[in-house]
Design a protein around this ligand. Structure first.
Ligand code: TYM
Length: 332
């Protein structure tokens, strides 16, 4: 079986629809066919200031949402990044192999640093993609299921992994990004030129999974579309309508073409109403499952502890040889 690995940051409120359709939904499918490793990346979250108690709470909430979405600890390894110290150990080695210019070209860093100003930006935010590379390389992952916005980070992972191999011998597996075609990028409902994002300046166009379904339904109903009338998939001319069609298709499995046909002769209103209903139907049982996992904190802790213990096995073996977990034996 090929191995997949992916991570998601804990966020204070909850995941948003982009996280679910672009990534988590694929994780659930891939655990059936792949050797799967999924983690909550709390160390990535502290690249911006966090309150420790809140971060602990949102890490548990993130895990509960993954479980509620169908990530199953019996089918994959689910854990919290900071519970496995090797991530930061390998990250240091990778920091030493990553060039300053290479890291400076990461567009996500450039965007975030531009928003915050260089003075207020942590060095951790700068080396964030290097920690991500370590996350992936540590497990010899073949594929990394992520949304489009993470493609560049997976490419960096390949580059530094390749550099490691050419310096110290073939050791690390070079991964490919696994990006779902249909829902690789979900856009903000109020500003369909921007991706749906946890750091959007206004959350009017961001659909949070743990919000009251009524609140989210309203966001769909007031989604920005365009002055035209025809329900047609055309991301250039009709970004808002196209985004709604993407969500509709992702939630139902019905092709965009069929949905267009279904709405022939109708205005945008009915499409918005139907997407709102589809989402509400999906999210209600999801929220109930998440709350059940949150209520049973002993079970949640046990699942995460087991995940952190289990992932030792694969990471230590390369071609049947044990590796020192610090990678020290390879580097020196
Ligand atoms: P994060 O937490 O920002 O996002 C989690 C996943 O959600 C996807 N995503 C989207 N997909 C479609 N449309 C959107 N609007 C949208 N917004 C977010 C992201 O692409 C991602 O797959 N650096 C990563 C976490 C990470 C990681 C890793 C991922 C750390 N280590 C190792 C893979 C492998 C991040 O911050 O994702």
């Amino acid at each position: 079986r090929l191995r997949v690995l992916s991570g998601i940051q804990p966020t204070a409120g909850s995941f948003h629809l982009g996280n679910y359709l672009g990534a988590v939904r694929e994780w659930v499918a891939l655990q059936e066919t792949h050797d799967a490793f999924y983690m909550v990346v709390d160390l990535h979250a502290i690249t911006i200031p966090q309150d420790p108690a809140e971060l602990r709470a949102s890490t548990r909430l993130a895990a509960a949402q993954l479980l509620g979405a169908g990530v199953d600890p019996a089918r994959c390894t689910l854990f919290v990044q900071s519970h496995v110290p090797e991530h930061t150990q390998l990250a240091w080695v990778m920091n030493c192999l990553t060039r300053f210019g290479e890291a400076s070209r990461m567009t996500q860093f450039k965007d975030k640093a531009a928003k915050q100003g260089a003075e207020g930006t942590s060095v951790g935010l700068f080396t964030y993609p290097v920690l991500q590379a370590a996350d992936i390389l540590l497990y010899h992952a073949n594929q990394v299921p992520v949304g489009e916005d993470q493609r560049q980070h997976v490419e960096l992972t390949r580059d530094v992994g390749q550099r490691f191999n050419s310096l110290y011998g073939e050791t690390l597996t070079l991964p490919d990004a696994y990006i779902p075609k249909a829902a690789a990028k979900i856009y903000d409902l109020q500003d369909p030129s921007a991706k749906m994002s946890k750091s959007a300046t206004s959350d009017k166009g961001v659909v949070w999974l743990m919000d009251e379904p009524k609140v989210s339904a309203k966001k769909f109903r007031s989604a920005v579309t365009d002055a035209g009338t025809e329900v047609r998939y055309d991301p250039e001319a009709k970004p808002g309508v196209s985004n709604l069609l993407t969500v509709y298709s992702a939630l139902t499995g019905i092709s965009v073409g069929e949905i267009e046909e279904k709405f022939t002769g109708q205005l945008y209103g009915p499409l918005k109403v139907e997407v709102a209903e589809l989402f509400a139907d999906w999210v209600a049982p999801f929220r109930a499952r998440v709350n059940e996992f949150l209520d049973d904190s002993a079970q949640l802790d046990a699942i995460l502890a087991e995940g952190a213990a289990k992932d030792w096995l694969p990471l230590l073996m390369v071609d049947g040889h044990d590796l020192d977990p610090t990678m020290g034996s390879v580097v020196y």
